[in-house]
Design a protein around this ligand. Sequence first.
Ligand SMILES: [Zn+2]
Length: 63
Amino acid sequence: MNQQEYYEVSCPYCGEYTALFIDCSVTEQTLIEDCQVCCRPISYQVLINDSNEISVSVRHENE
Ligand SMILES: [Zn+2]
């Protein structure tokens, strides 16, 4: 299984929603993406549990 899941997250800086594509074959991953609106780096911690439910926590990169 090598599925990509689309997930919408809110930017911690400007509050705009930005799209995130998650590789579901990796159960625990950290992604860093620049916000498409304010261009600041956002750190995402992605966890996928046994039921294939995705949980994403968002952190400021410079905290
Ligand atoms: Zn932003």
